[in-house]
Design a protein around this ligand. Structure first.
Ligand code: GRF
Length: 192
């Protein structure tokens, strides 16, 4: 029988899936009524191993497929879910898909948006740009996904200080620690 109090989450990822793991751990540890219904990846990546280890269904959507077809596939996987979390998902979601799930798709980005966001700003490139700009602080942002790239309404941010000898690599590590706390906190907050 369907548990009406249960909230269903779909996570989208393309890489290591450490944010996906932070959601698994956090939701498991507090007896939450939020269940990760499925993981979707757009390429072979380590995140699927994490899904396997935790008995979570996963799907690989080939990012080179016809875009409309992929939109239909994603739509059917995400149907009936309460929240869709982009956690390092590198494909851009289609406007059609976004309009089907208003205020239900969120993304985590490793900078203090609106700074260092937009097309081409992902992964280490973000941190390299922050270091090159000699910023004193950086951090991470969870925001709603809209039709732009990293332009949706900001939900929450966490900051880190940038040390004198900071490198893009050390900054990435520092920010990931914050991401792993911020993302589960926002998910729980939104689905409360
Ligand atoms: C994170 O830095 C996230 O902010 C960005 O992509 C990275 C994904 O890392 N969108 P992981 O795959 O969760 O380890």
């Amino acid at each position: 029988m369907t548990d009406l109090s249960e909230k269903k989450l779909v996570v989208l990822a393309s890489g290591g899936g450490s944010n996906f793991q932070s959601l698994i751990d956090s939701l498991q540890n507090d007896g939450s009524n939020i269940r990760i219904r499925a993981l979707v990846v757009d390429r072979p990546c380590q995140a699927t191993q994490r899904a396997r280890q935790h008995g979570i269904d996963y799907f690989e959507v080939n990012r080179h497929n016809n875009a409309d077809y992929n939109t239909q596939v994603l739509k059917s996987i995400c149907q009936d879910s309460d929240l869709i979390v982009c956690a390092g998902y590198l494909s851009i979601l289609s406007a059609t898909l976004i309009s089907q799930f208003p205020e239900k798709i969120i993304n985590i980005h490793p900078s203090l948006l609106p700074k260092f966001g937009g097309a081409g700003m992902y992964g280490m490139k973000v941190h390299q740009a922050v270091i090159a700009a000699e910023e004193k602080t950086s951090g991470c942002t969870v925001h709603y996904v809209d039709k732009g790239v990293d332009t949706g309404k900001i939900i929450a941010q966490a900051k880190v200080d940038i040390d004198e000898n900071e490198t893009a690599e050390s900054l990435q590590k520092k920010i990931l620690v914050k991401e792993h706390l911020l993302l589960p906190a926002v998910v729980k907050d939104l689905l409360r």
